[in-house]
Design a protein around this ligand. Structure first.
Ligand code: SF4
Length: 330
């Protein structure tokens, strides 16, 4: 059985209803292996031509509407919920809700959380439909359960750049339902409370503490190394949903006022290979997705910082106030 509900009947119905002759299909990395099968089914059942985006895609901030606008009548974007952005082509968002069983990992997580009373729950698009089940299971165990209303996200939903749904929840500890470490890391850094991950894909329950410590040690080392850099690159993304040129100009100005040199670089996909030729630059500030500097840190030969980390270099923020950067889209 598939791990995700790809709502193919709904997609086919929408293509027919809109009489779309050419349909763009965009998938996050984890779903690309389903692309060929889905494109073939769509073509045979609707007569439309499918165009699969082969570029990397990590969020609804990165819909390929600009690239496909003169080519397709409709884009089907899988794996993310819509952001309040002006897409240039009609887009259908298919969240790809997970169909994995979560009861067991939630019960195990409840055991881990037993020393706490008020538990905040957060998750990603794939498990939003399971929040009620998670709530009931925790309530049965006597916990008080809270989910927060997000800004431009659903209740209880966190993005890698938007943790507004946990603000104000004031829980004693948090349960993150899903896989990966970045979202629970964000919850940990924004709340300072214990965060337990219930990962139904790997059938695993774990604490994020050790991972958070490791990330913070790496960030401290990167910030320290960047402190000596005199020539900086300020990286701007050309992806419409991640482009923060005003911020890049502000960062450049700050660096120059601090007596450093700073040049702005524009890139579609920010990667070690894209930055490699600019050997004179000793450190970079990334104004695009805040995950790039943190997740891929080890791949770069020079430090990549987020704007809030530059504040530490420039003495505007203390290390004790370390935080992840957020982008509230829209
Ligand atoms: S900017 Fe936000 S929505 Fe876009 S890929 Fe990064 S974390 Fe996800």
């Amino acid at each position: 059985m598939s791990l995700y509900r790809l709502e193919t009947e709904r997609v086919i119905g929408e293509i027919r209803k809109r009489n779309a002759g050419v349909v763009g299909l965009q998938f996050p990395e984890g779903l690309k292996m389903r692309a060929v099968e889905l494109a073939e089914q769509i073509e045979s059942e609707t007569g439309a031509t499918a165009v699969i985006s082969a570029d990397p895609c990590f969020g609804a901030c990165d819909v390929s509407d600009r690239k496909m606008r003169d080519m397709v009548d409709l884009i089907v974007h899988y794996g993310h919920t819509p952001l309040p952005l002006d897409y240039e082509v009609p887009v259908i968002f298919i969240e790809a809700a997970s169909s994995v069983e979560v009861g067991e990992v939630i019960r195990e997580a409840a055991d881990r959380l037993s020393g706490h009373r008020r538990i905040g729950i957060a998750t990603t698009a794939q498990h939003l439909h399971l929040l009620d089940q998670a709530r009931s299971l925790l309530e049965e165990r006597g916990f008080e359960v809270v989910t927060g209303e997000g800004v431009n996200t659903a209740r209880g939903q966190v993005l890698g750049c938007n943790f507004s749904a946990i603000r104000g929840t004031d829980a004693d500890a948090y349960l993150f339902l899903g896989s990966g470490n970045f979202h629970p890391l964000g919850i940990k850094l924004f709340t300072g409370r214990e965060v337990v991950v219930a990962d139904p894909y790997h059938g695993e329950v774990r604490d994020i503490e050790e991972f958070a410590d490791r990330v913070l040690r790496v960030r401290f080392a990167r910030i320290s190394r960047a402190s000596d850099a005199s020539r900086w690159g300020v990286v701007v993304s050309s992806k419409a949903g991640q482009m923060r040129f005003e911020l890049a100009l502000m960062v450049k100005k700050k660096l120059e006022e601090a007596g450093r040199e700073a040049l702005i670089l524009l890139a579609e996909n920010i990667s070690p290979a894209a930055l490699l030729p600019f050997r004179e630059l000793e450190a970079f500030v990334v104004t695009a997705c805040p995950r790039i500097a943190i997740d891929d840190s080890q791949l770069y030969d020079r430090p990549l910082l987020n704007p809030s980390e530059l504040e530490i270099v420039l003495g505007e923020r203390s290390w004790d106030d370390y935080t992840l950067d957020e982008i509230i889209h829209g």
